[in-house]
Design a protein around this ligand. Structure first.
Ligand SMILES: CSCC[C@H](NC=O)C(=O)N[C@@H](Cc1ccccc1)C(=O)O
Length: 658
């Protein structure tokens, strides 16, 4: 058997059995919960659950009502349903479902007194990405993406569902720049009239929006719809009469707008960001037409906001490796923390939460050593439905333990990360797992977010999840440290971490590996060009040539900003910081992985490095998954990817276990 087709190999069987033991006990039931929502009085809580009916494809999404320690399905099993959202009175749940046409989400309403099917609202031209109730509960705001609009990298890249064009096989694929379908618009559904009408004018692209009083919405907008345009988006007020007023601009980025029920008070997060929907930063608050001002959020990079009433804003976010939930009082200017933890966190990309009118916060709490559980935090801690089952017990039994590690970069910058170690004594073979962004951050999450972490630990590897300069949770100045420094000062943040773990007897210097996706894929390819300590590397969804990345990715603004360079200039960082330009220095065997549908880091990036390595006689493999975008997400591709990862590390830096 060659390593072209790994199906049925001993490692494939081991990995398949791993996922079967993990998910098998909850087939047909949720294995992951997200998007918590609650009624104002907190008596009703709902979540979106990810459900595998079998280990094939992507999980479907379904809405669940939290009933004490139980979860009751709120939506049927046809298609996917997500983002349940209670009306201000709590009697009606709005949710989004693609039950009528796969991949195309529309608004549905489920009234408490209504039996049977949810009520479909008139279809909008596109797919609904999010919804929110007007403060008086008479209308629902819809964020609608055209069919074929680009998805963010953090959403898997590619495009929203696009009906198949009826063209002959020989017909060219033609691109003409932004088409009508690329735009994101705002619509309002009026419950009494049963009608849905367009709110945002032509020429305004709305990335995210919420109600701002009964007659307006607050939106993050751009004059163009392409993914790159998000990086210069502004905060706008869009009146129900269609008037658009710019409310604030920024030299960085905006996310998570929120407005009090009357619309008098506004809030938004201003942050250094590398990705749309991956926003953690400063909290700006304002009232009336006054300029928004930065408020003291207690050192937290804020990742979700919600006005609880006229004066109090609930928020969650990250502070170092801590996850924090707090309330900011706009009258006193004080922030009160409700909860913080380094052992657990909540939310997938970043912490997320919902608030009750009396200031309690609902989260789906999880940690590396804690399966997910719905928790209400106020004066008391109320623990509700938990995803504890035989599959979770299995992962707990094989995943070792997670501990905080700190070290200093050569320039003295203090750094931290989370180390997942197998039971027993080191030194262990060490895999450095590099996160994407670069502006994101590891925190204590189930599986540490990436499925291969507990799997590698089960095979005897220690896995270091470091937060280098540029990571979120350490304030905006820390995040800015990576501007112009990708492949510069950040390089030694990783090598100094490894030095520290070797010195402490945790890592074996002869068995050091690196894995990472996206920016982590860039850094994995870059590190092996910078020194020869690495025994094996797995860059996936990488950037390996910033020049060609700029002209093939759908986010060319990102690299120009984060490299602080210009691709047209010979000798610029676009060239000097590109791994392909240093391939002759590499001795590390590399497994290069990409998704064919990735528009963020196109698969040609992985191919360029693979070919450059082969040209220099370095062992290299290229695996391109035809149905995947930015990352490998669907079964059985996940099994295939994890099989190749385990095999690659076992071949070049064996753990002697498993
Ligand atoms: C290095 S090129 C683009 C990389 C990309 N950043 C900008 O678009 C990236 O690394 N994205 C991250 C974002 C992310 C982080 C954590 C959780 C979800 C998404 C990635 O895709 O990993």
């Amino acid at each position: 058997m060659t390593d072209i087709d790994v199906r049925g190999s001993a490692t494939w069987n081991l990995v398949e059995e791993h996922f079967r033991r993990l998910h098998g006990p909850v087939l047909g039931r949720p294995h992951k919960l997200l998007e918590p929502s609650c009624s104002a009085d907190g008596s009703r809580i709902a979540v979106t659950g990810l459900v595998y009916d079998e280990l094939a494809g992507l999980p479907r999404q379904s809405c669940f009502l939290v009933d004490g320690t139980d979860l009751h399905p709120l939506t049927g099993s046809s298609g996917s349903s997500r983002q349940p959202c209670f009306s201000p009175g709590g009697a009606t749940v709005a949710f989004l479902s693609d039950r009528a046409e796969a991949g195309r989400f529309q608004l549905y309403l489920l009234r408490e007194d209504q039996l049977g099917e949810a009520e479909a609202t008139p279809a909008v031209p596109g797919t609904v990405e999010y919804c929110s109730w007007s403060p008086d509960g008479t209308r629902v705001l819809l964020g609608v993406a055209g069919l074929g609009a680009d998805l963010a990298g953090g959403q898997g890249s590619g495009t929203t569902y696009k009906p198949k064009e009826e063209l002959p096989d020989w017909h060219p694929h033609v691109e003409v720049g932004a088409t009508e379908e690329a735009w994101r618009s705002l619509w309002v559904h009026d419950l009494a009239a049963g009608a849905t009408t367009r709110l945002s004018p032509e020429g305004l692209n709305a990335w995210e929006a919420v109600w701002s009083g009964p007659d307006a919405v607050l939106a993050v907008t751009s004059p163009a719809p392409d993914e790159s345009a998000w990086y210069t988006a502004v905060l706008s007020r869009v009146g129900l009469d269609g008037t658009v007023t710019e409310r604030a601009g920024s030299d960085v980025h905006f996310g998570w707008p929120a407005a009090s029920p009357s619309g008098e008070r506004l809030a938004v997060v201003e942050a250094v960001c590398s990705d749309r929907w991956v926003v953690a930063g400063d909290l700006l608050v304002g009232s009336g037409d006054a300029a928004l001002a930065r408020v003291d959020a207690g050192g937290v990079d804020v990742t979700a906001t919600q006005w609880i009433d006229a004066d109090r804003l609930g928020f969650v976010g990250v502070r170092g490796l801590e996850t924090v939930a707090a309330v900011y009082d706009a009258v006193s200017g004080k922030t009160t923390e409700l909860w913080s933890s380094t052992d657990t966190s909540c939310g997938m990309r970043y912490p997320e939460a919902a608030w009750t009118a009396d200031g309690r916060v609902v989260i789906v709490e999880e940690g590396y050593a804690r399966p997910q559980q719905v928790v209400v935090l106020g004066e008391d801690r109320v623990e509700l439905a938990a995803l504890s089952h035989a599959g979770a017990d299995y992962q707990l039994s094989i995943g070792g333990r997670a501990e905080t590690v700190t070290w200093s970069a050569p320039d003295g910058l203090p750094l931290e990360g989370i180390l997942c170690v197998p039971d027993g004594e080191g030194p262990f073979p060490l895999v450095v797992n590099i996160h994407g962004g670069p502006v994101w951050g590891f925190r204590n999450l189930w599986s540490m977010l990436y499925a291969w972490t507990p799997l590698l630990v089960s095979q005897g590897y220690a896995v270091l999840n470091p937060n280098p300069r540029g990571s979120s949770g350490r304030g905006q100045d820390f995040a800015r440290l990576v501007f112009g420094e990708m492949g510069g000062d950040d390089t030694a943040d990783f090598t100094s971490a490894v030095d520290a773990l070797v010195e402490r007897g945790i890592a074996d210097p002869a068995r050091l590996g690196v894995i990472g996706g996206s920016y982590g894929g860039y850094m994995s390819s870059w590190l092996v060009t910078q020194d020869q300590r690495w025994a094996a590397a797995v860059p996936f969804a990488p950037v390996t040539n910033w020049y060609s990345q700029h002209f093939t990715s759908n986010i060319p603004f990102f690299d120009a900003l984060f490299l602080d360079g210009n691709p047209e200039v010979p000798g610029d960082k676009f060239h000097t910081r590109s791994p392909v330009a240093h391939a002759s220095k590499v001795r590390t065997p590399c497994l290069n992985v990409a998704g064919a549908l990735d528009r963020c880091t196109p698969p040609t990036q992985a191919r360029e490095f693979h070919q450059a390595l082969l040209e220099h006689g370095v062992e290299s493999r290229l695996a391109i998954y035809p149905g995947e975008g930015h990352g490998v997400r669907a079964f059985p591709a996940v099994i295939d990817f994890c099989t190749r990862v385990v095999d690659w590390f076992q071949k070049h830096m064996p753990a002697g276990r498993g």
